[in-house]
Design a protein around this ligand. Structure first.
Ligand SMILES: [Zn+2]
Length: 437
């Protein structure tokens, strides 16, 4: 049996992973085992009506067998099993009833943006459901039809939008996957020792996005008022357990390891510029056709063309990444990765690959008159030169030019750690060299 839950959090606090801890405890108390790790599945980050991180939870339960792995601490150690032996004494209706009580007690129902969904289902919905929910926009009625056909039990709370994420999370099949260990303070003070995070970051090579060395920011610690103390992400869950021991922080009341689709780039759609749709995340390749300019607020905008044209933005929060983007020039060939804003239609850059740089020249000297040996004067922009003494003329290209040192190189670049999105695959995870999409 699978349980999916989404959209219980709000901007004011609470988070769905914390609720997942309560659910795991409740399932265990009712004699059910957790099969495989609990899953934290991030969905399309550009949905305008999403709550904070747009992360949903999927948990498989039943009677477990095979290897047992410690996955967390929630008023006692919590384990998961390698495989399912049977459904055990699972009664889906009772599970739904029990979890419903927890959701009603714990979810931030009063927040307008919070519209939870809870699903209990025997088989996973088709993978295509996840794929659509992570890459574009899914309608709630489409989901209800799938759930009804599959005989799922479900509860839509309020407008029920959370059913989309809850179902999509269950339908995720980890092709690429990472892990996150999340620790909770449960009302206690949130503080994390910065130096200990740097030490941890340097020691554990398979973790990522722990600390932003450019902006001196502890990235593992959220800013929202949720019960989380910090979360460490990485490719190896065993390493995450050790990494947790390295971080010096306020008192940890619980912790849990989640298997996730974070840092996988699964939200991205390869598109031609003319096919770019609002609220998607895309990969587009083209030539810089309007050079970068900095607008109010410190955002840097340039235009990319492949026959059609679209604006690309490195927003102020991407920090030092903007210095790279500012150096782009007309004719540079690049691939941009990012989310699409509707109005104005703009790609919010997460990563950029510079394939080739245009040769840029600037004029060094005006041409010299062959008769008089003196520098000629410009007649006007683009109109050539004339000697003021004898009237001899010369063309624009007769001037002496020098190649401009561009100060950037072809390669892959990403926004500063502080601006990373959950689903964006950090360059650190591209092995051995960046994949081609
Ligand atoms: Zn002359």
């Amino acid at each position: 049996m699978w349980l999916g839950i989404d959209d219980t959090d709000s901007r004011e606090g609470m988070c769905t992973t914390h609720l997942a801890c309560d659910i795991i405890k409740a399932l265990n108390e009712d004699g059910m085992d957790i099969i495989g790790m609990p899953r934290l599945v991030r969905l399309n980050p550009n949905i305008p009506w999403k709550t904070r991180g747009n992360g949903a939870i999927a948990i498989q339960f039943g009677r477990g067998g095979g290897r047992r792995t410690e996955i967390g601490y929630v008023e006692g150690k919590r384990y998961c099993y390698e495989k399912k032996i049977s459904d055990g004494k699972t009664e889906p209706e009772k599970v739904l009833e029990r979890i419903d009580k927890i959701v009603r007690k714990r979810a931030m129902m009063e927040s307008e943006q919070t519209n939870p969904g809870l699903v209990v289902i025997e088989k996973k919905p088709p993978y295509s459901l996840y794929r659509k929910a992570v890459r574009s926009v899914v309608e709630i009625n489409d989901i209800k039809n799938v759930l009804d056909e599959m005989g799922a039990l479900y509860i839509p709370y309020k407008n029920g939008r959370g059913l989309i994420g809850a179902s999509a999370a269950v339908s995720w099949r980890p092709r690429d996957r990472t892990y996150e260990i999340i620790t909770y303070r449960n009302g206690g003070e949130r503080w994390v020792d910065e130096e200990s995070v740097k030490r941890m970051d340097r020691k554990f090579k398979k973790t990522f996005d722990n600390y932003d060395y450019i902006n001196r920011h502890v990235q593992i610690m959220p800013n929202s008022p949720c019960p989380v103390m910090y979360g460490i992400r990485g490719d190896d869950y065993q390493e995450l357990r050790e990494a947790m021991e390295y971080v010096v922080s306020g008192k940890i009341k619980r912790w849990m390891i989640f298997e996730t689709n974070q840092a996988t780039d699964e939200h991205l759609n390869r598109r031609k510029i003319g096919e770019v749709v609002a609220y998607e995340s895309v990969i587009v390749t083209g030539e810089v056709c309007r050079e970068p300019r900095t607008i109010e607020g410190g955002h840097v905008i340039f235009s990319l063309c492949d026959g059609n044209e679209i604006e690309c933005a490195a927003y102020e929060p991407t920090k030092s990444f903007r210095n790279l983007v500012r150096r782009l020039r007309k004719g540079d060939r690049v691939t941009v990765y990012g989310g699409v804003r509707d109005k104005p239609r703009t790609i919010n850059i997460e990563k950029i690959e510079i394939h080739s740089l245009a040769e840029v020249y600037k004029k060094k000297e005006n041409p010299i008159c062959t008769k008089c040996g003196k520098h000629m004067k410009s007649v006007g922009k683009g109109k050539g030169y004339r000697c003021i003494k004898c009237g001899t003329t010369a063309k624009e290209e007769d001037a002496t030019f020098e190649k401009v040192e561009r100060g950037i190189k072809p390669g892959f670049y990403e926004v500063d750690v502080v601006a990373r999105r959950h689903l964006s695959k950090p360059l650190k995870r591209f092995k051995p060299s960046p994949d081609r999409y």
